[in-house]
Design a protein around this ligand. Structure first.
Ligand code: ADP
Ligand code: ADP
Length: 220
């Protein structure tokens, strides 16, 4: 069974914007899949559709065999998401983790996850006082709660320093080695290149290529 099966997916905003234009895509279980494309290509919209945060104009998506429109909660239970531009409220870093753990009815140790992303010393500070990079680490730690079967990362390097990026890559590799499927969206080729098995290239709402990095480079 595929981790993600997308068929004839289309999303229009108003009469003039086709954000996602007839996309078909299969991501296999255990793959680290790169979703590459410039800003405005339709990557975030696809992710929002994948979790049923918004409804498609046409088409369907299955995650581990479950239709997201039929059972969004069952899908979200198995998915950890690092959304783009997560908005933080004045809660402590640890409180955010505790909240994410409670929401997923999981039994992770908040301090262990904070330590994993390098925030052990900042657990008792307000997330609103964090730098952008620290906020991104925190959002990443929240996505890791309950060891999701599918990890969805939308522009995960936003605001991250090189160290943060290295940590993120290491954790992604480690989770993937343990069977987690990763859907890694980015507008930066070198980022997906360094961790992904295959890459789908989005442009103007269309999925214009799906290949291994080697295959894509051969066609450049
Ligand atoms: P990406 O994530 O690749 O940068 P998006 O999926 O965010 O691209 O956007 C794709 C297109 O859809 C863009 O033209 C964007 O302005 C438009 N779009 C995205 N969300 C909305 C929305 N809620 N309302 C109107 N237009 C939107
Ligand atoms: P991205 O790089 O993911 O496209 P944006 O800053 O364009 O990031 O979008 C951030 C959020 O705003 C997303 O949830 C997206 O759906 C929404 N959005 C993007 N473009 C528009 C738009 N033209 N009108 C309304 N909402 C939009």
């Amino acid at each position: 069974m595929a981790a993600i099966e997308i068929e004839g997916l289309r999303k229009e905003f108003g009469a003039d914007t086709v954000a996602v234009d007839d996309v078909d895509l299969t991501v296999e279980e255990g793959e680290v899949f790169g979703f590459l494309g410039p800003n405005g290509a339709g990557k975030s919209t696809t992710i929002n559709l994948l979790l049923d945060f918004i409804r498609p104009t046409d088409g369907r998506i299955e995650v581990f065999g479950t239709d997201v429109q039929e059972d969004p909660l069952a899908v979200r239970e198995r998915v950890g998401v690092l959304p783009e531009g997560y908005g933080f409220d004045p809660l402590l870093g640890r409180e955010y983790l505790e909240w994410a753990i409670e929401t997923k009815d999981a039994d992770d140790d908040p301090d262990e996850l904070l330590d994993l992303v390098g925030l052990a010393d900042d657990a008792d500070r307000y997330a609103t006082e964090y730098s952008k990079g620290m906020q991104q680490r925190l959002a990443f730690a929240m996505a890791l709660v309950d060891d999701p079967d599918l990890l969805v990362l939308d522009e995960p390097s936003t605001g991250l320093d090189p160290n943060g990026m290295t940590t993120m890559r290491e954790v992604v590799r480690e989770r993937a080695a343990n069977g987690t499927t990763v859907f890694f969206s980015s507008h930066i080729l070198s980022e997906v290149q360094s961790v992904c098995d295959r890459v789908g290239v989005m442009n103007d709402g269309r999925l214009v290529a799906v290949d291994t990095i080697e295959g894509l480079q051969a066609n450049l």
